[in-house]
Design a protein around this ligand. Structure first.
Ligand code: SF4
Length: 295
């Protein structure tokens, strides 16, 4: 067995920034509590690390007590929550990724310019929930399945001036399929299409596909949280390419009997800490060198 690591792996710049801001806050907070309002990113181990360093995880503004710091999530903060935090007078550290913020601003602008907004993404994902809150929910949200696109054809959004934007982690392949579908339905000309996919996630999907097609990868290990959309997108790319693929959150979940031969590629979602990537790679390398590994 030979192990290859993807070039883009571990935290993306947006998640790294959110972590740095949280560490800085923890260091300067003194005796005031530091709350994480929701999981900072979709990665359990990363959030646990912050909790170990003193951050308190809460899920509602009502749980905040006294003079405190509040860290919002990198996926964005819903408008109503922002208002509630301001009323409470807490010190807010807003870690919304600048690229997510850019999509929020674009959506607001398109709405003001009277476009009917169509968002490609997951209605229940925090990024989309936050995005919708800044445009009073005025958008049609579509997932990655053609049946859903077909069903949406009677929606008023298609009758006006449609403008399409994407969740930053929407799979590239689904976006391209959607573009084809628009063309086939004769909707392409009247529709304004904005690719708002974050290159960080797009590049990881692209790199994975290219490595499988050109470098003879025989097994893929995807590391990342089970709630993470961009980790799921990587898993789906490898599956589409017909390669045996394992999705794990941490090193000790890896069943080494499933990766005991051939060329193995390790990749990760953008919220996977680098230390977990290293633990997985080390475990694989020890195994390939014949060392006995505790399961
Ligand atoms: S994946 Fe992109 S948009 Fe999402 S946090 Fe990372 S840099 Fe920001």
């Amino acid at each position: 067995m030979k192990v290859v690591k993807a070039k883009s792996i571990g935290f993306c710049p947006g998640v790294q920034r959110a972590f740095n801001l949280t560490f800085e806050t923890l260091n300067q907070s003194g005796t005031s509590p530091v709350y994480l309002l929701g999981e900072l990113v979709h990665n359990r181990q990363a959030v646990e690390e912050l909790q170990t360093r003193g951050a308190r995880l809460i899920h509602a503004v009502s749980e905040i007590k006294g003079d405190s710091w509040v860290i919002s999530r990198s996926h964005g903060l819903e408008k109503e929550t922002l208002v509630a935090l301001e009323e409470k007078g807490v010190r807010l550290v807003n870690t919304t990724c600048p690229r997510v913020k850019k999509v929020q601003l674009l959506a607001q602008k398109l709405n003001q310019d009277n476009f009917s907004l169509v968002i490609l993404g997951n209605l229940f994902h925090p990024e989309i929930k936050a995005l919708l809150s800044y445009i009073d929910g005025k958008a049609l949200v579509l997932g990655g399945k053609e049946e859903e696109w077909e069903r949406s054809l009677s929606h008023p959004a298609w009758k006006g001036r449609p403008a399409i934007i994407e969740q930053t982690t929407f799979p590239i392949r689904s976006f391209l399929q959607f573009k084809n579908w628009l063309r086939n339905k004769g909707l392409e000309e009247k529709t304004k299409l904005f690719s708002t996919l974050c290159l960080e996630t797009g590049n990881r999907q692209q790199e994975l596909r290219e490595k499988i097609q050109k470098e003879g990868i025989e097994r893929v290990i995807v590391i990342g949280g089970k709630q993470s959309s961009n980790t799921r997108a990587l898993f789906l790319v490898a599956k589409e390419e017909g390669i045996p693929t394992i999705w794990i959150e941490k090193a000790d979940e890896l069943d080494l009997s499933l990766v005991n031969q051939g060329l193995v590629l390790v990749t990760s979602g953008t919220s996977t800490p680098n230390w977990i990537v290293e633990e997985v790679v080390k475990r694989l390398e020890k195994f390939s060198q014949g060392e006995k590994i505790e399961s």
